[in-house]
Ligand binder design. Structure first.
Ligand code: HEM
Length: 248
């Protein structure tokens, strides 16, 4: 009964997220004076359509039709997109007992987040003592370092305009442009050198883990800078209550 209710709730949530994304996206597109002013992809389509297709389908040409991939948003799977470790996290230094004797991170600086795989092995301190179904243990290797794919609903929502948001399981990315650029160039740009000024623009650090890393859908999207910006503009329409900018 509980599982049934949860599934029903999940179904409505999924439907709601999708409907919201679609409606907001459509509203956004319909407000553009000239959607063909800038074109993207090959064959050339409007950049906003290309952006919508990228978010929904993972490719600029669309999805759901013959010889096209299925819709991927929202996507309740788990995946490793290769997010780098975030050295700004105090967690890496929390390997000493606190005043209560609790050691948050016994592995210290060498900690690697194993995502769903570690959860299945009951390796995450904070998810214990919740019992994991022993029958799921065999799924752990295939899920190592995979993170739950988050909904993009409200992905740009913030309490005030200058508030810095953090994205990914460890908050490595601090803007939508940065994560869009990462999806686009993870496998194209060189590795950063220590303290590299180009980090996030002209180079990337190594992924936190390459276990089960997705190399087929993300890492080298071949997008232009304008197409990355269009992806960001589309994601900004996913904020609840989004209103199109005023027309001149
Ligand atoms: C170009 C299309 C895509 C865009 C614009 C996009 C955008 C995003 C954004 C903004 C986040 C951060 C959300 C947050 O932290 O709240 C995110 C996270 C994530 N996305 Fe995507 N995504 C795309 C495609 C994909 C695909 C194809 C996959 C699966 C293969 C995927 C899997 C994930 C996962 C697993 C995370 C969490 C990563 C982590 O926690 O380190 N995304 N995505």
């Amino acid at each position: 009964m509980f599982a049934g209710t949860t599934e029903l709730g999940r179904m409505f949530y999924t439907y709601n997220s999708l409907a919201k994304a679609t409606r907001s996206g459509a509203r956004y597109l319909s407000t553009l004076q000239d959607v063909t002013a800038s074109t993207c992809g090959s064959p050339q389509i409007s950049c906003t359509t290309a952006a919508k297709n990228m978010v929904l389908c993972g490719n600029v040409n669309g999805c759901g039709g013959a010889n096209q991939p299925p819709v991927i948003l929202p996507n309740f799977t788990a995946s490793n997109i290769g997010t780098p470790a975030n050295p700004r996290l105090p967690y890496y230094e929390e390997n000493q007992p606190d005043q209560s004797g609790y050691v948050a991170n016994p592995q210290g600086a060498s900690f690697v987040d194993g995502g769903v795989g570690t959860f299945l092995r009951q390796g995450h301190l904070l998810s214990q003592p919740s019992a994991v179904d022993q029958r799921w243990l065999k799924l752990a290797p295939d899920n190592q370092a995979r993170m739950q794919v988050p909904t993009l609903r409200n992905v740009d929502k913030r309490p005030y305009p200058d508030f810095v948001k953090a994205y990914g399981h460890n908050g490595y990315f601090t803007s939508l442009k940065e994560i869009a650029h990462f999806y686009n160039t993870r496998d194209v740009l060189p590795r950063c050198k220590p303290h590299d000024a180009g980090e996030g623009t002209t180079c990337w650090p190594a992924p936190e883990s390459t276990d089960n890393m997705n190399r087929s859908k993300v890492g080298n999207l071949g997008l232009s800078d304008a197409e990355e910006d269009a992806l960001v503009a589309f994601m900004q329409t996913l904020t609840d209550g989004f209103l199109p900018r005023e027309q001149p």
